[in-house]
Design a binder for this molecule. Structure first.
Ligand code: HEM
Length: 406
């Protein structure tokens, strides 16, 4: 029997993307016709897939759903295989529920608040300018991934956290191994171990001499062990770097492919600088929606959702790219249109686990795009879109090379 959307859909279908900008077509169908549908998980569990904006917010903000790893049926590797069960480590807050989660989260929320992030703006602009100088020095044509997108995302995160840039390859290797579907689980684990010990060493140093950065302040926090701090940092780095790099690269690709929108953004940046394009950054986040799968929660008890009974223990996956294309929420859901109000997008998730670094991510995108479009007025893709390599089927959509001329 061919799998229609009236049958439970298989797990793979919801992230089986074939286009760099558009989520799998089945998601567009589901959000319009059956926003809560049954889905077969890799371990055989028949759970759910939520695709609408309303349901996404309901699941992600409800205490009836847990993010604890061991309750879920969803953990799969980047290749879609069942993930070996892993214990929750001290400080591993991303897979904890309140109130356990709250303690760690509060410590980080103050580090990445809107106010704290505003203070980083001049330095992020400075870093973008310095990186742009390197792009110019390289000359046209150039691949913007290794010359601009990656080093800028990495430098900002390293400075904010307090990781010396010289040691950053150990951390970017962790991120690369986690997102590259060709890397084995063993190699990914090894990269994780290396990154852990690198950060542990920095935490040890910060205990003696705390710097004015995230590591320094966490090290000065009473009651946190080195292991807790290191695991918190690992999460921040792993969650932050790939998403930031992926969002910046995908945003640039979308702008370069839609020349009229690039002109619109450039005009706004010319008038208002990075703050003049803040609203447009929201549309870029909505349209690109780089965190395309592995957003899931599991019901802690029987709970009603969208007119269905979700039974205790059933896992609901939330398709953020689908929710961000929900016609009930956005005027032109499938069009990239910088003039539309996209501020209600869910690219950063929602609820207690919503992206803690979202203000920093917005700042990096606004400063990086402003610097580039004003600094390189003739910026254009150097190859046809089809020749830009994009990893389509990994949890974070990643553009692998971005060849441009200027
Ligand atoms: C444009 C770039 C980014 C995007 C699209 C993004 C997206 C997301 C999403 C969708 C979630 C929710 C996951 C869930 O509910 O299961 C999340 C969580 C998280 N993000 Fe981001 N993120 C970005 C940048 C960053 C940055 C720069 C940082 C760090 C500085 C960061 C740190 C985190 C952390 C620590 C969490 C877990 C929060 C928690 O569980 O309480 N992210 N992010």
């Amino acid at each position: 029997m061919t799998e229609g959307i009236s049958e439970p859909i298989s797990y793979r279908r919801h992230w089986d993307r074939t286009e760099p900008f558009d989520p799998p077509a089945v998601l567009g169908e589901l959000v319009r016709t059956r926003p809560l549908t049954r889905m077969v998980y890799p371990d055989g569990h028949i759970g759910w897939l939520a695709t609408s904006h309303d349901l996404a917010r309901e699941v992600l903000s409800s205490q009836a759903f847990s993010h604890r790893f061991h309750t879920t049926h969803a953990p799969v590797t980047k290749k879609g295989e069942i993930f070996p069960s892993v214990p929750i480590v001290p400080g591993g807050f991303i897979h904890m529920d309140p109130p356990e989660h709250t303690r760690y989260r509060n410590l980080l929320s103050s580090e990445f608040s809107a106010r704290a992030t505003r203070a980083y703006a001049p330095r992020v602009a400075e870093l973008a300018t310095a990186q742009l100088a390197q792009v110019r020095e390289h000359g046209s044509p150039v691949d913007l991934l290794p010359t601009y997108v990656r080093p800028l995302s990495l430098r900002v995160l390293c400075e904010v956290l307090g990781v010396p840039f010289a040691g950053s390859p150990v951390l970017s290797a962790l991120s690369d191994s986690a997102t590259d579907d060709q890397v084995s689980i063993e190699a990914e684990r090894e990269a994780g171990t290396q990154a852990y010990f690198h950060l542990l060493d920095l935490v040890g140093k910060a205990r003696v001499e705390p710097g004015a950065n995230v590591i320094g302040r966490l090290a000065a926090e009473p009651g946190l062990t080195d292991r807790e701090i290191t695991n918190m940092l690992l999460i921040v780095f792993a969650a932050g770097f790939a998403s930031c790099e992926g969002a910046l690269a995908s945003s640039l690709l979308a702008l370069l492919h839609h020349g009229d929108q690039l002109d619109t953004l450039r005009s706004a940046a010319r008038i208002g600088g990075a703050s003049g394009i803040e609203g447009m950054v929201e549309e870029l986040l909505r349209y690109t929606s780089v965190n395309q799968f592995q957003i899931f929660r599991t019901a802690l008890s029987d709970v009603e959702l969208g007119g269905e009974l979700i039974r205790e223990g059933e896992t609901v996956t939330v398709a953020l790219p689908a929710a961000n294309r929900d016609p009930a929420k956005f005027g032109c859901p499938d069009r990239f249109d910088l003039s539309q109000d996209a501020s209600a997008h869910l690219a950063f998730g929602y609820g207690v686990h919503a992206c803690v670094g979202q203000q920093l991510a917005r700042l990096v995108l606004a400063e990086a795009l402003t610097s580039l479009v004003l600094g390189l007025p003739g910026l254009a893709l150097d190859v046809p879109l089809e020749q830009v390599p994009v990893r389509l089927k990994t949890p974070v959509l990643s553009v692998l090379r971005l060849p441009v001329s200027f």
